[in-house]
Design a protein around this ligand. Structure first.
Ligand code: SAH
Ligand code: SF4
Length: 374
């Protein structure tokens, strides 16, 4: 299977051009065709020689994704189900924000972190996406605009789709550099956010990359007891180790970290837990931010439900009282399968049935009745 040319940074493309006996400026031309004119085939690169086009066709494809489903929500959110060259499915979401057009990209087919509230984690990781497959998601959303309203442009990226980005580290880093390239899509690093479930050693590595990309950490609980129940990654990298890495990240980058916190009714949303969260983040108060996220119910994870508005308000008020910077995140696309991984897992009915059986077996083993809170 030929790789996508979207996976090459400008430097890598220049090297390829030189290695293939072509002049350096050809790389600039190809780059502009890809990211400025946004053509979908090498044949459309009309200022290249026939032999170079043949070489390109021999080595790469342009776009490795096929669009399978597009769902548009009333609020303008668009959800895409894409098929990879090996037939696997991924999803991408476009969110219209007041500050611009934000795209949520997938980085892995499935996710091995297996958080107990997440639809993506229902299906184990089948493989990492290549950089080209991640860039292609942005290019296809941009194509969607190009075909409708040429003035619109993808201005923001959140790496919050299916998968754990720091578990596909090199491909994600390469992707970030490609979309950030000022001669290409030129999406500002400050407009890009990478979200992690908390791979502490990788957070430290990320701090030293010299990119100005924002980091979000899926915290979701103020102590190890609750967090380990929700996210088994916490057993590997408990809160102490995670915060040590976050403090290191802040010391190295002087950048602010966002904490994501899904509000789960009577699991992590009590006022005492808000106080614990405020205490936990006290040391990095000025350089941290808390996003309170409404839970998107996932039928397999019926032990969780959305916090009541009263509980959200009380939680928020307690954080504010402690001087925590926080917001309740706005929801997008609630009338479509917009929760992370939902469109894909709803499409993959067989895999989902297997996941259901796995969860039922795990619950039975742990002596938990269906629908009971854990
Ligand atoms: N694996 C990374 C990034 C992808 S998940 C991570 O976990 O951070 C992106 C965000 O969506 C995470 O904060 C995750 O906890 C959250 N999320 C997952 N399932 C959700 C659900 N059903 N409702 C609301 N948020 C969810
Ligand atoms: Fe994976 Fe993130 Fe979902 Fe956890 S929340 S299972 S890390 S995608």
């Amino acid at each position: 299977m030929k790789p996508s040319i979207y996976g090459l940074s400008r430097k890598a493309l220049t090297n390829w051009v030189l290695e293939n006996g072509e002049k350096k400026f050809r790389a600039t031309q190809i780059w502009e065709w890809l990211y400025r004119s946004r053509v979908q085939s090498f044949e459309e690169m009309t200022n290249l020689s026939k032999s170079l086009i043949a070489k390109l066709n021999g080595a790469f494809v342009v776009n490795p994704l096929q669009q399978r489903i597009v769902q548009e929500s009333k609020d303008g959110t668009v959800k895409y189900l894409f098929e990879l060259p090996d037939g696997m499915l991924i999803e991408t979401v476009l969110m219209r924000q007041h500050y611009g057009m934000s795209v949520c990209v997938t980085t892995q087919v499935g996710c091995d972190i297996g958080c107990t509230f997440c639809a993506s984690g229902l299906i184990p990781k089948q493989r990492d996406l290549t950089s080209g497959e991640i860039v292609a998601q942005i290019m296809l959303v941009q194509k969607y605009f190009d075909e409708r309203d040429k003035s619109e442009r993808v201005s923001h990226i959140v790496v919050m789709g299916i998968g754990e980005p720091l578990d596909n580290y090199d491909n994600v880093m390469n992707f970030l550099r490609i979309v950030n390239d000022d001669k290409g899509l030129a999406i500002g690093a400050r407009h890009i956010t990478v979200s992690t479930s908390g791979l502490a050693p990788k957070i430290k590595e990320f701090a030293r990359e010299g990119v100005q990309v924002n980091l979000a950490v899926s915290l979701h609980a103020p102590n190890n007891e609750i967090r380990s129940r929700m996210m088994r990654i916490n057993r590997k990298f408990p809160i102490e180790q995670l915060f040590e890495a976050i403090e290191d990240y802040i010391a190295v980058t002087n950048r602010r970290v966002t904490f994501e916190y899904i509000m789960l009714n009577e699991v992590n949303d009590a006022v005492e837990q808000a106080q614990e969260l405020a205490d936990l983040t006290k040391k990095i108060r000025k350089l941290s931010y808390v996003n309170l996220i409404p839970y998107n119910p996932v039928s397999e994870h019926d032990q969780y439900s959305r916090s009541t508005p009263e509980r959200v308000v009380a939680f928020y008020d307690r954080l504010k009282k402690n001087g925590v910077n926080c917001v309740v995140r706005q929801e997008h696309g609630t009338d479509i399968d917009a929760a992370c991984g939902q469109l894909r897992s709803n499409t993959l009915k067989n895999d989902r049935a297997k996941a259901r059986a796995r969860i039922a077996a795990a619950k039975a083993k742990a002596g938990i009745e269906d629908g009971k809170k854990v």
